[in-house]
Each structure stands twice: as structure tokens, then as C-alpha cells.
Design a protein around this ligand. Sequence first.
Ligand SMILES: NC(=O)c1ccc[n+]([C@@H]2O[C@H](COP(=O)([O-])OP(=O)(O)OC[C@H]3O[C@@H](n4cnc5c(N)ncnc54)[C@H](OP(=O)(O)O)[C@@H]3O)[C@@H](O)[C@H]2O)c1
Length: 244
Amino acid sequence: MKIAVIGGTGLIGSRVVTILTKSGHEAVPHSPSTGLDLLTGQGLAEALAGAEVVVNLTNSPTFDDASPAFFRTTMDNLLQAADATGAGHVVVLSIVGADLVPDLVYYRAKVLQEEILKAGPLPYSIVRATQFFEFVGAAMSWTSDENTVRLPATRVQPIAADDVAQAVADVSMGAPLRGTRNIAGPEVFTLDELGRITLAAQGDRRRVVVDDQAGLFAAASGDALVAKDGAVLANTTYREWLAR
Ligand SMILES: NC(=O)c1ccc[n+]([C@@H]2O[C@H](COP(=O)([O-])OP(=O)(O)OC[C@H]3O[C@@H](n4cnc5c(N)ncnc54)[C@H](OP(=O)(O)O)[C@@H]3O)[C@@H](O)[C@H]2O)c1
């Protein structure tokens, strides 16, 4: 099966291309570096030609007020082109609990992306994942200085990018869900706890200070970002991943 992977050079996209290819599919990665700009539509018709499945793993360059326009325009362009080229399945990767964090504009943008897909003309699947292990370092860097890392005690259930990619590839090779599959890692942590585990593993002597106003995830309360009933739990633990 020919599968177009938009954002196929990114963290998740490159892994999805590898898994689909090993499974015997013709998975083709597309991104600005291969001549496709989903924002302007340049190269889109050529990228989708002959693809039965289109997987959208693009990301907005920023998490700020520009992100809704990115996800709206790219989803509109993608659906219009995929309809025209006759794709039978569009897959999107979103975020567990995105609808439960209304104060975070990037999460509202992801919900907008989902809504455009659901209202569109094509059979679809949404995979919602929790925060990637690979994203923890970035989240820590936003609110750290040379002595401390400030993190909120937000509860998270992070997952390895490899496990996310496997779930996205599995869904892409199957029939459209016409719904959402939630995936998460095997363990729940508070973000400050995750920060301490990370620093210890890296021999970093800085101190983690709980600050419930610090960073992007301060906007999430309670169990908003934790796996919901029916979620598929991956096997890789955070400490196993850190040890690799
Ligand atoms: N981070 C998390 O914890 C988390 C959790 C759940 C879901 N997600 C979702 O997972 C998705 C993938 O994330 P990721 O970390 O794999 O992203 P990433 O590594 O930043 O990769 C983004 C991909 O999109 C491509 N891209 C950017 N702008 C484009 C455009 N205008 N036209 C075409 N392609 C474009 C990039 O191409 P270049 O490399 O050429 O720029 C790259 O291939 C995102 O939608 C995100 O919301 C993330």
C-alpha cells in the first residue's frame, strides 16, 4: 500500500516511515525538505498522488497563538488535496486530554485539528498520545537556570516516541477507526518527580523546585494529561528509556 507520511522527517514521522517500510508498505516521507509545504499547499498534489493512506505528523513551529492558524490551514489543505487524489484514510496524531486544557492555546489548536478532520470528507483515525519521553528535556529547559529546574506537580503519563510510532503505524495499516485511539506510557508521574529522575540519571546536580505556575504544563490540572479508560498502554518505562 502506498502511504504518504506528511511530517515524515520528524521525531515520530521518521519512525513511522521506518516501521511501515519494514512492514512491506511504500511509505513516502514528505516535509519542506522534500519539497512539500502543507501551509501553502506547494507540492501537495504530487505528494499525495496514488497514496491510499495519508498520515499527518506535522507540527506547528511554535506552541503560541500562531498554532491554531497552522493546524487549521494545514488540515484544510490536506483534506482538500487528499479528497481530490482519492485517499481512503487520513490519520492524525493528537494529544491525550487536549480538550481538557482550554487555557493552553496549542492544545486548543490540536482540538481544532481533530474537529476539522472529523468534519471532513474522508474516513479518518485519530491517535491521541501522552507527552513523549523525548519531550521531557525540552519541558525542563523552559524553566531552568544553572541551579534549579522549576516544574509544576502536574500528573503526566509519558510514552516513548518508538511506542507512539508503532501505534500510529498500526492504525495507518488498518481500517479507519472513524474515532480516536488513546495511547500512553505504563507509569504516572508528577512532572517534578519526572524532573528529579531525569537529573539523577544524567548526573545533573541541579535541584527541582515545585512551581505550579512554571511552563506550559502548569495549565493542566488533575488527571487531564493521564490516560483515560480504554487507553492502550505501551511497555517501555521512562527509566528503561533513560538507561539506553
Ligand atoms: N511532543 C509531545 O509530547 C506530543 C504528544 C502527543 C502528540 N504530539 C503531536 O505529535 C505530532 C508530531 O510531533 P513531532 O514531535 O514528531 O514533530 P517534529 O519532530 O517537530 O516534526 C514535525 C514534522 O513536520 C514537518 N513540517 C513542519 N512544518 C511543515 C509544513 N509547513 N509542511 C509540511 N511539513 C511540515 C517537519 O518538517 P521539517 O523537519 O522539514 O521542518 C517535520 O517533518 C505533532 O502534531 C504533535 O502535536 C506531540
